[in-house]
Write a protein that binds this ligand. Structure first.
Ligand code: PLP
Length: 379
């Protein structure tokens, strides 16, 4: 019997404590083991807690195997470099996480790895960008901060036809809302710092996929050494037990708040894939089980967006995302600060745009917080 995802969050992969019969996975932080019996060593990705958490994440992503890293970007870089060599070419969606863009722009050139950023929703453009030496297609959906949607099946089938490895950063959706492997994607990456951790207190990353691919990443990953400490592995395993309840609450809150903001005359535009007026609502409905806890919105010129943020009492002005607490940021002042204002405008990231990570607080309190602060800051 295949278990449902909430049950998997709680039970999958756990280590049975058959010595003391406790109900949770024990923690084994040893860094040295009897060499006559085992080759266990934390940097080899093979400690009991790493293996247990990998099984849990694999189960959530319908993957054969998974591997853990000390951060999301550790997962991204270790994965990319495991498959790339000098002379290869990579295609990346043009709106991906800023840290990943920095990695590609600064490190790839040093190793003579060629890359193209394109709008991969443009299928003709994608087809014409594929070269003989294209090794990886890399993308995210929904994207940050405008919650654009990429058709996962389309990308995975094009990648397969051309013998290219498809990699998705599934951080924004979480495994509760989107399982790209079921749509043919080769490798699924998470910044576990976000939804998997969920409490804004863990830095971690994961990669899931076919055992053959994960073995390859392990082999190189042992050399890179971007491992996750077993203490954090254990904490992350605990956090994931509530992933389904947290994300489902965030889905519901976000959908209600998106509708609420969409109807407010002080708001110019809401970007949320769950709204029927979202450009790719249909594709999102096809590939997502829930629309997630992330949205962004633009306030009208009647509102001073900085004062609006400062006046919020519950929703906090913090940079990261996906915690149980609601938070809000200004992309033009944070993630896209270094982007040329003209390019920012072209991307649709105005100074009035705010990215909202919806938490699990009661919806009435969140609505009141937004409503009050909007009304207080009409020019
Ligand atoms: C935060 C984030 C990352 C990077 O993860 P870290 O854990 O900070 O290294 C990668 N992708 C997305 C979409 C993110 O939000």
């Amino acid at each position: 019997m295949s278990k449902k995802i909430g049950t998997k969050c709680v039970h999958s992969g756990n280590i049975v404590d058959d010595k003391f019969h406790g109900s949770i996975s024990p923690i084994y932080p040893a860094t040295t083991y009897d060499y006559r019996k085992t080759d266990t060593y934390p940097r080899y990705f093979n400690t009991p807690n790493q293996l247990a958490l990998s099984r849990k994440i694999s189960d959530l992503e319908s993957a054969e195997d998974s591997i853990l890293f000390g951060s999301g970007l550790g997962a991204v870089s270790s994965t990319m470099f495991s498959f790339l060599k000098s002379g290869d070419h990579v295609i990346l969606h043009d709106s991906i996480y800023g840290g990943t863009i920095n990695l590609v722009n600064t490190e790839f050139k040093k190793f003579n790895i060629d890359f193209s950023y394109i709008d991969i929703n443009d299928v003709d453009l994608l087809k014409s960008t594929i070269k003989k030496n294209t090794r990886i297609i890399y993308f995210e959906t929904p994207t940050n901060p405008l919650l654009q949607i990429v058709d996962i099946s389309l990308i995975s089938s094009l990648a397969k036809e051309n013998n290219i490895i498809s990699i998705i950063d599934n951080t924004f959706a979480s495994p509760i809302n989107q399982n790209p492997i079921n749509f043919g994607i080769d490798l699924v990456i998470h910044s576990a710092t976000k939804y998997l951790g969920g409490h804004s207190d863990i830095l971690a990353g994961s990669v899931s996929g076919a055992k053959e691919h994960i073995d390859k990443i392990k082999k190189s990953g042992i050399n890179y050494g971007a491992n996750l400490s077993d203490y954090t592995v254990w904490l992350l395993e605990r956090s994931i037990k509530t992933l389904s309840v947290r994300v489902n609450a965030q889905n519901q809150n976000a959908l209600d708040l998106a509708k609420f903001l969409d109807e407010n005359s002080l708001i110019k535009k809401v970007f949320y894939p769950g709204l029927v007026n979202h450009l790719s609502h249909e594709i999102a409905s096809k590939q997502m089980k829930g629309f997630g806890g992330m949205m962004s919105f633009e306030v009208t010129d009647k509102i001073n967006s900085e004062d609006f943020v400062s006046d919020l009492k519950i929703i906090s002005p913090t940079m990261s995302l996906a915690g149980v607490e609601s938070s809000i940021t200004s992309p033009s002042k944070t993630s896209h600060k270094k982007v040329d204002p003209q390019i920012r405008k072209k991307l649709g990231i105005s100074d009035n745009l705010l990215r909202f990570s919806v938490g699990i607080e009661d919806i009435e309190d969140l609505m009141l917080d937004l409503d009050k602060s909007l009304k207080n800051n009409v020019r």
